[in-house]
Ligand binder design. Structure first.
Ligand code: NAP
Length: 256
């Protein structure tokens, strides 16, 4: 079985590559930092290939998918749109360039992978597309409005695509993690509830993908909290979350 994972140079993507390779998958690793991808590829127990590429470049993603298929001996059975960035975005200090970048990487990056792998999956009537969204997409979260919006966009797209692709036997999985220990959360100076180790997170993700789950959402307490948050009136949500509009981060640790 062949998988392609974007954002595989660090964090969830790299750990998911390790977990899937341990389970016998051959893996194509896609991200911008070639040195990290090469190091990971040489460490994996199954056949793998590093595909240095920017997910915001549709033609480059298409080309990378082609190279990956040639190197691994056939089309992908699983594609995981995981590449993402999280730049803090307080509505009172809105920075359009940051907002645009987050939309380009998180949303367009997912579309670019989708565009490159879905025609073959539909033709073969098999395969699975997954997107790593976030629990942050389930309701508008203060001090992270744009990130939250990109993840909500991913969730809506994945949900609708799952229905469209049912008749073609192509599965779609929405992955909604809570806080996970990675470079992305390193910048946060506030207490992150139910913070989880990346290896525990990727075991849950790999299990969900292999079982063909529609939605993989964890950790359970965080999921329940946000699902409850979706049920309460707007005024109550506002009251509960307004203290978080002053969340602290370390700007020098924000990666773009
Ligand atoms: N950590 C959490 O708490 C958490 C929670 C929920 C959801 N998520 C989501 O999980 C995904 C992975 O995040 P992470 O926590 O593992 O953070 P991370 O360690 O910072 O990983 C982000 C990955 O995305 C890649 N990437 C960023 N921009 C890219 C671009 N333009 N083209 C190609 N690759 C790009 C990075 O690689 P290069 O820099 O080498 O390109 C890196 O491999 C993201 O979508 C994030 O939103 C994370």
């Amino acid at each position: 079985m062949r998988a392609i994972i974007t954002g595989a140079s660090s964090g969830i993507g790299a750990a998911l590559a390790r977990e899937l390779a341990r389970r016998g998958w051959t893996i194509a690793l896609l991200a911008r930092r070639a040195d990290l991808l090469d190091a990971l590829a040489s460490e994996l127990p199954t056949k793998s290939i590093a595909l240095p590429c920017d997910v915001t470049d549709a033609a480059a993603v298409r080309e990378a998918v082609k190279r990956g298929e040639e190197a691994l001996g056939g089309p992908f059975d699983l594609a995981v749109a995981n590449a993402g960035i999280g730049v803090p975005s307080h509505a009172a200090k809105f920075i359009l360039a940051d907002a645009e970048l987050m939309v380009r990487v998180n949303v367009l990056g997912m579309f670019n992978l989708f565009d490159a792998v879905i025609p073959s999956m539909v033709e073969r009537r098999s395969g699975r597309f997954a997107g790593v969204a976030s629990i942050a997409g389930l309701r508008g979260l203060p001090a992270t409005s744009v990130y939250s919006a990109t993840k909500a966009a991913m969730q809506a797209f994945l949900e609708a695509s799952r229905i469209d692709l049912l008749q073609y036997d192509v599965g779609v999985t929405t992955i909604n993690p809570g806080y996970i220990e990675t470079a992305m959360t390193e910048k946060n100076r506030f207490k992150m509830p139910f913070l989880m180790k990346v290896d525990d997170a990727t075991r849950i993700i790999a299990d969900g993908l292999e079982r063909g789950k529609r939605v993989v959402e964890f950790p359970r307490p965080m999921s329940l909290l946000m699902r409850f948050g979706r049920l309460i009136p707007d005024a109550l949500w506002e009251r509960a979350t307004s203290p978080y509009a002053r969340r602290k981060i370390e700007p020098e640790k924000v990666r773009r």
